[in-house]
Design a binder for this molecule. Structure first.
Ligand SMILES: Nc1nc2c(ncn2[C@@H]2O[C@H](COP(=O)(O)OP(=O)(O)OP(=O)(O)O)[C@@H](O)[C@H]2O)c(=O)[nH]1
Ligand SMILES: [Mg+2]
Length: 287
């Protein structure tokens, strides 16, 4: 893997929407006639075949497959802004579990170190699957309801992956601001993904962050670490995609597939402003 430092790194917990975001971005910056703030320059590391397969799946309205360790591919993409200044975005298209493990165990190799010391970070949080704080007794109650009653005397151990989403994320952000990863103030774009699933709650992205992830919101608002941050809601699919591997057929996906321009599925929400330009948060990160 390339050990040079990218300008922006894209990170997120398991199933946070990393691969879907990459697929939608790749499609949109190459769709003829699509209007985007940033334009494609070149791929600096990646095989086209891998990324084209992701975009093809996205266009067909199929869920991305979970990224497997064996399928781990780094994608480094060069984009350019309106003044033709190029910059590099790194998408370690790796399973989110690898990120989780890295933070749980604090183990980093050199290429990960280079990636995580990028001056700008794009962090994806799946708005549809936020894990709220819960007591072990609640986990027990849920297990019982599902008919998975633990046997007498069996203990449910705490493990980092049952921690609430916001606890894991604050931990990750603190990790990025400590020790050898501490490079001083940096920019952070928080993207609440699967926005189509949460928008009916009537909150804008910042309000959702405050209501559903209050610990994260307070950590950022109180400038506990020097993040220059902003939050967007992003729907990289525009709605629910069928899980065709399970034979699912959904009206919602059929409607999305019917749009003349696939990039019209995309929605990027900044406060009360809506756009379909998926490059806007990346543009903010480099501006
Ligand atoms: N409704 C909706 N679901 C989305 C959207 N973006 C992603 N998802 C769903 O979120 C889930 C995870 O998306 P992925 O892109 O595979 O996430 P990932 O971070 O690459 O996951 P791993 O590689 O497994 O760590 C999938 O079921 C997607 O269909 C969206 O815009 N809308
Ligand atoms: Mg993935």
């Amino acid at each position: 893997m390339n050990d040079a430092k990218p300008d922006i790194s894209v990170i997120g917990l398991p199933a946070s929407g990393k691969t879907t975001f990459l697929a939608a971005l790749w499609h949109m910056i190459r769709e003829s006639g699509a209007v985007t703030r940033l334009r494609f320059d070149k791929l600096s590391e990646c095989n086209y075949e891998h990324i084209n397969v992701l975009a093809k799946r996205w266009r067909a309205g199929k869920k991305q497959q979970r990224t497997q360790t064996s399928g781990y591919k780094v994608v480094r993409m060069r984009l350019k802004d309106a003044s033709d200044n190029p910059f590099e975005v790194s998408f370690p298209d790796m399973p989110g579990e690898d990120f989780s493990r890295m933070w749980e165990k604090r183990e980093l190799d050199d290429s990960m170190k280079a990636m995580l010391t990028a001056p700008a970070i794009l962090l994806l949080i799946n708005g549809d699957t936020i894990k709220f704080p819960a007591w072990i007794v609640d986990h027990l109650a849920i297990a019982r309801e599902a008919g998975l009653e633990p046997s007498e005397g069996e203990m449910i151990d705490w493990s980092p992956n049952i921690a609430p989403t916001q606890v894991q994320i604050v931990e990750i952000l603190q990790f990025l601001m400590s020790g050898e990863l501490d490079i001083g103030p940096r920019r952070l774009a928080i993207l609440i993904s699967a926005w189509d699933e949460v928008e009916e709650e009537g909150l804008n992205p910042a309000e959702l962050l405050e209501c559903k992830l209050p610990l994260l919101y307070q950590y950022l608002r109180n400038s506990r670490d020097p993040w220059n941050w902003h939050v967007w809601g992003v729907s990289a699919q525009g709605g629910v995609y069928e899980d065709q591997d399970k034979g699912e057929i959904l009206e919602e996906t059929i409607a999305l597939r019917g749009l003349t321009r696939p990039s019209d599925r995309i929605r990027v929400v900044d406060g009360e402003i809506m756009s379909s330009d998926i490059t806007l948060p990346l543009n903010w990160l480099i501006s």
